[in-house]
Design a protein around this ligand. Structure first.
Ligand code: MN
Length: 695
């Protein structure tokens, strides 16, 4: 087992692992190639809403300008990285952002193989590379078109692990240099990695104190690590690290334990003074305690209640996400424990496992951290199992390798099947991209397009306009205005749109945090509820010159209505939610003999639309709206009923709502296409989206 493979074999194994990651991810491309809906301008559309924020930033860097306060992420590392790739590679912008994740996430094999070489465990490392690169959670987060920082997060985390494992094994001066480089790359790429880096630092400190407390190199490594993760300017940081290097080199013989410990204590003091544990506390608040850090006198709806990412998962799901199958997960865990016992330097990888298991309390976004280390556990298990079986026997190495290969293939099978079955569509389809691309030629870059936050980034990417909310800016307060605009009557929406845009722009210039407190004081009002009520008046005056406002209603927004309404259907003075509105979306399943259409959930709708059964109780319908070829026909029913029925022939879908929701801007303008032409201009009206401009 202590035999090393030759450099040539090592490089071949590494290349095979890299190629395996890339080809596995190309399966989606192969499958989706004929689907024109997934493409815009002949190139695949990316897979994530969030990705469009980096795409916007990169596009703005390439064009050399962007508008003040347009929230474009030109400072972001992924945007900058994309910009550089566009400058040096001969491919189109769209191809680069689509294929980046395929290539960069497959690099996970490099640090795994490097670590395994230091441990004389290249075979285990090779197995781990294959497993890790296509493990379910890692695949979901880094598949084709997942244009997101995820593509390099695990790769860079593993390089940081490599830098401390390497120095711990080699114990030589020149190995120290990897630490600041790897840490800097990680911090530059993903600033939120800070907590994990601190955990690595503490682990290295504990490891040294327990197993190697007489070794000065270890202490130098610790101080360099702590200085590298500290939050201060790059130049003084390089200077300090440089000084430590010179001291360590020049006074090698004088570096006794006492001096070393003083150095470590000094670096910890520097770390604490540079902001130390503040970022960690901030993250704990966000993920574990799930609290909004910003509060004010008005009580907005807490946004974290609706974010799926922060959902807690159970151990079965964790196993599936990390190892593809429960049995593989159990073997991996056993193998990992054996690995910690036989190669205790791997204790340094505990923070990654810890982060992986953090998903049990903090949500599934953390599972990917557990993937590579547990995959290593599986690889190690296979290698020592075969070693143990054939101990003291003359068995050809070929037979041993065949057994290891078979075990690996069995473990890879569920993951491969997962890739085969996971046929995710692109974030949006050609039709919507085309609509927004057309809007780009109509709207100015300073104009606002109002829509729900999930769509903010891609609206800005395709139309190059401004938005009120997006995937990063969506606090309870930010969402309140848009929720109000979408769920109130079209006059209130009109007034709120103008107010929200005006006061958002003003807040960038004047720096106030609470838009609504500012509005109340400007309008000499004290009661927020009476003020909001006054927006129903068509004569309400807001002067807003030179900025046009558009309302954007993608078809898919209807499905978000129950979430959207939560942000404005509450009493802002107490934070208490009002009664939930009636809102049901259903597809016709079957037609019964008595003329009723079964739409599931014990709901039956008469095919003339005039009555509906909820269970055994029959209700009449007030207005029946039928949408066919984007035209709406209204039929009056029982004027005393509070139930309104919409049947969209275009989408083969029923929507059941109450009077209030029926009269909301989202339903009236966004779905039915009914609007007040004194207030709004219709710009676009297709099956997939409607756009209006405020007059
Ligand atoms: Mn812009």
């Amino acid at each position: 087992m202590e035999k090393r493979v030759s450099t040539k074999t090592f490089i071949i194994l590494l290349l095979v692992a890299l190629l395996f990651g890339i080809l596995s991810r190309m399966y989606w491309v192969y499958w989706a190639n004929g689907i024109d809906d997934f493409k815009f301008n002949g190139e695949f559309i990316i897979q994530t809403f969030d990705g469009f924020t980096f795409a916007e930033g990169a596009r703005d860097l390439l064009q050399g300008y962007h508008q003040p306060n347009d929230l474009s992420k030109v400072q972001d590392s992924l945007a900058k990285f994309t910009y550089i790739l566009n400058k040096i590679l001969p491919f189109s912008f769209e191809s680069i952002i689509f294929y980046m994740s395929i290539f960069f996430s497959s690099l996970i094999a490099i640090p795994i193989m490097l670590i395994s070489r230091d441990l004389y465990l290249e075979k285990a490392g090779f197995i781990a590379s294959l497993l890790a690169t296509i493990a379910n959670s890692y695949y979901y987060r880094t598949m084709a078109g997942r244009y997101d920082t995820d593509m390099l997060i695990i790769v860079l985390t593993l390089f940081v692990l490599y830098s401390i494992v390497h120095v711990s094994i080699k114990n030589d001066f020149k190995s120290l240099i990897f630490i600041p480089i790897c840490v800097w790359a990680m911090k530059w790429w993903y600033i939120q990695s800070y907590s994990l880096l601190v955990a690595f630092g503490i682990m290295l400190l504990l490891y040294t104190l327990i197993f190697d407390r007489k070794n000065p190199i270890k202490y130098q490594a610790i101080s360099i690590f702590f200085i590298s993760i500290a939050n201060f300017m790059l130049i003084p940081k390089i200077l300090i690290i440089g000084i430590i290097f010179i001291l360590a080199y020049k006074f090698e013989d004088k570096f006794n334990i006492k001096n070393s410990i003083v150095l470590v204590i000094l670096s910890i003091i520097v770390l604490l003074f540079s902001g130390g544990i503040d970022p960690i506390m901030h993250h704990l608040k966000n993920y574990v305690l799930k609290k909004d850090s910003y509060t004010e006198s008005l009580q907005f709806f807490d946004v974290s209640k609706t974010i799926i990412e922060a959902k807690i998962i159970d151990i079965d799901k964790l196993a599936l996400r990390i190892s593809g199958h429960m049995i593989v997960f159990i073997i991996s865990t056993l193998g990992y424990l054996l690995l910690l016992w036989k190669r205790r330097v791997m204790l340094l990888s505990l923070p990654m496992v810890g982060f992986g298991f953090l998903s049990l309390v903090a949500g599934l976004r953390f599972t990917i951290y557990g993937v590579p280390v547990l995959a290593f556990g599986f690889g190690f298990f296979c290698v020592i199992l075969v070693d143990w079986i054939f101990k003291n026997r003359q068995t050809p190495i070929l037979i041993q390798n065949i057994i290891i290969t078979l075990l690996t293939l069995i473990a890879l099978y569920p993951m491969g099947k997962n890739i085969y079955n996971y046929k995710a569509p692109t974030a949006l389809f050609n039709s919507e991209a085309t609509i927004l691309d057309n809007l780009k030629s109509i709207a100015n870059r300073e104009d606002y397009v109002i829509s729900w936050w999930d769509f903010g980034y891609y609206i800005r990417y395709y139309s190059d306009v401004k938005t009120l909310i997006d995937g990063g800016k969506h606090t309870g307060q930010d969402n309140f205005a848009v929720s109000f605009i979408l769920t109130k009557d079209p006059i209130s929406s009109y007034n709120m749109s103008k107010l929200a845009v005006k006061y958002t722009e003003k807040s960038y210039k004047e720096g106030y945090k609470s838009i609504f407190s500012k509005i109340l004081s400007d309008y000499n009002q004290t009661n927020i509820n009476t003020f909001l009520d006054s927006l129903k008046d068509e004569k309400f005056k807001i002067d807003l010159k030179s900025t046009d406002i558009y309302l954007y209603f993608p078809k898919r927004m209807i499905k978000y209505l129950s979430t959207i309404q939560k942000f404005s259907r509450l009493d802002l003075k107490t934070g208490k939610a009002y009664r939930e509105p009636l809102f049901i979306v259903a597809k016709p399943l079957s037609l019964r003999k008595n003329g009723y259409i079964d739409v599931g959930n014990k709901i039956l709708i008469h095919n003339n639309g005039r009555d509906i059964y909820f269970g055994n109780i029959k209700h009449t319908v007030n207005i029946i709206a039928t949408i066919k070829d984007q035209k709406t026909i209204l039929v009056k029913g029982d004027i005393n009923s509070n139930i309104y029925l919409i049947f969209s022939k275009d989408h083969n879908e029923f929507i059941i709502v109450d009077k209030e929701m029926f009269n909301s801007t989202l339903i009236q303008m966004g779905l039915l296409g009914i609007y007040n032409d004194k207030l709004y201009n219709k710009i676009t009206d297709t099956k997939d989206a409607k756009i209006y401009r405020l007059r």
